[in-house]
Design a protein around this ligand. Structure first.
Ligand SMILES: CC(C)(COP(=O)(O)OP(=O)(O)OC[C@H]1O[C@@H](n2cnc3c(N)ncnc32)[C@H](O)[C@@H]1OP(=O)(O)O)[C@@H](O)C(=O)NCCC(=O)NCCS
Length: 201
């Protein structure tokens, strides 16, 4: 069975059976080359997510979409967050007592690039730079891997689009009715190392 579609992401293949534990140990060498804590004192730490963070991240995912609380397309569930915490790039912002107050995720796709699928900050922690720092952490990791990435975003989400454009994402195209009638999405792409050019407000 072919588990390691992207061996350059997870490190050299192990011989023998590829258990979940083996996967975690495969991924560690790459992850540990990244800074565990982003240097931005005295603010909250940004760290690579642990496997056990999946429940807290899924809960945050349900609470973060204040502009579309009833949208069935938005929140991802515990099962896939568990996998992502172990197999993808997931960074979290941790508040008092280790509470997860922000998370960002990028996972690899078939062409070898990454999908930057989610970035979300708990509503009462927004506007304090956490989203920027989480985005910087995940893009530093992707730059370290020399990986291009893409994301999709609601064209009305100007705060998020600004965050992305400032870091090198460009709008590649807009897909009309992507999630259904009037649910359009911008596709934004970024090459590794792109610093970004921000258009005027
Ligand atoms: C988008 C989001 C992640 C930003 O996180 P944040 O911690 O509030 O962002 P920051 O404080 O780092 O600010 C990032 C930039 O957005 C701007 N911004 C923040 N909130 C904004 C708002 N409500 N309206 C307009 N701009 C806003 C900031 O001014 C800043 O721009 P600057 O760097 O030019 O100064 C957060 O608002 C969020 O979780 N939203 C809900 C989930 C979501 O929409 N995710 C993105 C789609 S996947």
């Amino acid at each position: 069975m072919q588990f390691l579609r992207y061996p350059e992401i997870v490190g050299p293949a192990l011989s023998g059976r590829r258990t979940g534990e083996n996967f975690r140990s495969l991924r560690r060498p790459t992850i540990q080359t990244m800074p565990k804590t982003i240097d931005h004192p005295p603010d909250l730490p940004i760290v690579a997510a642990a496997s056990d963070d999946f429940l807290a991240i899924a809960a945050l995912d349900r609470d973060s979409w204040t502009d579309s609380p009833d949208d069935p397309f938005v929140a991802d569930g515990e099962h896939v967050w568990k996998i992502w915490c172990e197999q993808a790039l997931v960074f979290v912002a941790k508040g008092d007592g280790g509470t997860v107050v922000g998370a960002a995720l990028a996972f690899p796709v078939l062409d070898g690039s990454f999908c930057l699928h989610k970035i979300m900050i708990a509503p009462d922690h927004r506007g304090r730079g956490l989203g920027s720092r989480l985005m910087n952490a995940i893009l530093d990791a992707l730059d370290g891997l020399k990986k291009a990435c893409f994301l999709t975003v609601d064209p009305k989400n100007s705060a998020a689009i600004r965050l992305y454009q400032k870091r090198g994402f460009v709008i590649a195209r807009t897909l009309r009715d992507y999630y259904g009638a009037a649910k359009d999405r911008h596709i934004m792409t970024r090459d590794p190392g792109s610093a970004g050019a921000l258009p005027p407000r």
